[in-house]
Ligand binder design. Structure first.
Ligand code: GDP
Ligand code: MG
Length: 163
């Protein structure tokens, strides 16, 4: 069956925007299942003849108390259990947060491939916003701008290379 790519990331880092861009421009959508929230949670996609399913774990409501750290741990755990590749999305504008460090700590314990992408790098002038994310210990961060559809090809290349 198709590989599963799970996106993990704090609220507002741009997961839904990335999903919509991938669905719109860069890959052909084979199927599109409606999720339980207004946001799309599942996306069946294709890149370089590789078919895969993307899951936005941030669209899945786990924790009734709405506690961000607790639900982020649950998202990360679901991704580590179910995914073939984990895409950890962080926000280059807000910078590194405690919740990012906590999720990274969990993701460093998995043997599954983890791809770190820094969103909201909207222009070359913002390139330096990427560097602090090397501290997460998850390898080279890939700068992207989901809203401007910048560098999404490089990100998708890294994803399918990890299958
Ligand atoms: P999610 O909560 O992780 O799904 O985040 P959303 O996709 O809903 O985006 C949260 C906010 O960040 C929205 O206001 C988006 O327009 C904005 N956003 C998303 N991607 C980018 C980006 O690449 N650059 C900038 N500047 N803003 C972005
Ligand atoms: Mg969302």
């Amino acid at each position: 069956s198709k590989p599963i790519v799970a996106i993990v990331g704090r609220p507002n880092v741009g997961k839904s925007t990335l999903f919509n861009q991938i669905g719109k421009k860069r890959v052909s959508i084979v199927d599109d299942m409606p999720g339980v929230t207004r946001d799309r949670i599942y996306l069946d996609a294709e890149w370089l003849n590789q078919h895969f399913t993307m899951i936005d774990t941030g669209g899945i409501e786990f924790d009734e108390s709405n506690h961000i750290l607790k639900s982020m741990r649950q998202q990360a755990q679901l991704a580590m259990d179910e995914a073939d590749v984990i895409l950890f999305l962080v926000d280059g504008r807000s910078g590194l947060t405690t919740a990012d460090e906590e999720v990274a700590r969990l993701l460093r314990s998995t043997k599954k491939p983890v791809i770190l992408a820094v969103n909201k790098i909207d222009s070359p002038q913002r390139a330096m916003d990427v560097y602090e994310f090397y501290n997460l210990g998850l390898g080279d961060p890939i700068p992207i701008s989901a809203s401007n559809a910048m560098n999404l090809g490089d990100l998708l290349d890294a994803i399918v290379a990890a299958f």
